[in-house]
Design a protein around this ligand. Sequence first.
Ligand code: NDP
Length: 451
Amino acid sequence: MATHDYDLIVIGAGSGGVRASRISASFGAKVAIVEKDRLGGTCVIRGCVPKKLLVYGASFAHEAVDAEGFGWQIEGLMHNWGALISAKDAEISRLEGIYRKLLENAGVDLIEGKGIIIGPNEVLVNGKTLTAERILIAVGGVPSILNTKGMAENAITSNEALDLKELPEKIIIQGGGYIALEFAGIFASLGSDTHLIFRSEFPLRGFDDDVRAHIANCLTDRGVKLHPNTSITKVEKNSDKLSVSLDNNEMIDANQLLAATGRQPNTASLGLDKIGVKMGDVGQILVSENGQTSVPSIFAIGDVTDRVTLTPVAIGEGHAFADTFYGNNQRIMSHELIASAVFSQPPIACVGITEKQAIDRNISVLIFESKFKAMKNTISGRAEQSYMKLVVEHETDKVIGAHMVGPDCAEIMQGIAIAMKMGATKSDFDATVGIHPTAAEEFVTMRTPRV
Ligand code: NDP
């Protein structure tokens, strides 16, 4: 038996890597984790957490407007972008400290530096070779910027958007996915003239078509200027402004351009091709269900595998890896029925399949839907409506898709996901007594299928 420095070396101290390393260590494994940047990875440092803090910060703008209908007189409403960024930074530093403590308390060796894999059991860090029985790659993804002329030199990504020194007076966001919609909500709410440029008719390809049409209306009503069916052809910098040319021959000037056109696996300089780890078209590491790569001692979890690129999935995969190899509990993380939310303003949440996916899979379905003005909006004066949809399999009565656009939908959808994971039928939803008065009760009071 070869002896190694460690049982396990994890590369990448993001949500998935930290979970895998500390759970493995808690089972008695000797573990090192290698990280070249701050602890916490995309979610804590450059993604979910700072983004959600800015979403909270921005949402008070709408609350303040809505409050007037309830008798509040709010004069001289002003926002200090710098104060929000400082408060966000302080919270991220606090969380990073917690991650450091978690690793310390679990007895995981933290090695700060860039890890390069130089053999099936060897990792080179800071000029030193470390060996391990297993290597787990959890390096996540990085924003991808399109090859359009002038884009790479002039556009920022979500990384920089979270740290801007000033709120841009005018911003163009390229893309119609999660990141584009979330930042559109942040900037538009705080007063930036916000333009969203995307190549399809509606944002959020892959989401339910009714949800996509509904959110497009809501974004427009909240002041985001949508440019559907449009692509950027060229970006030029003129003194302190950017001139962005579009394929419809229009040109828009702006102070900032945010590229939100997807993320790619962060595999570029890990040394994987040299040791025979197989990768796919976009550089994703190809793995079996338990995370094993084409090199049996090397495993990968999270965004770098480009399966379901969500933090809780990376955490789940990391935990399943630790249980399987060090906890004597062989298991695989299920990728079925994963709920997710887009923290746009208003937010969107869903679990299960869309109406179109059901049709494409030849599943006969009944559609239940509800569009309503939330009670708060009756006297706030906001015209915005919430939208809900249930996709129900005709043959079994099972709820196979749930979709919502509207306040609190992410909080509501978590409970619906539990019910669906347990195989709930529409009759189970109908037998559930609603909590009155809430928006959530609509999910258990939709009685008549759409014809
Ligand atoms: P998405 O995949 O969600 O969206 C990418 C957008 O870029 C789409 O609108 C896509 O258009 C567009 N795009 C891609 N290529 C081109 C092109 N060549 N020309 C024009 N447009 C293009 O990626 P994001 O960057 O928004 O987010 C990455 C991932 O991170 C998400 O998929 C999600 O998994 C995760 N995430 C999750 C969040 C959450 O849970 N709240 C928040 C943020 C990110 P088209 O649809 O037409 O291809």
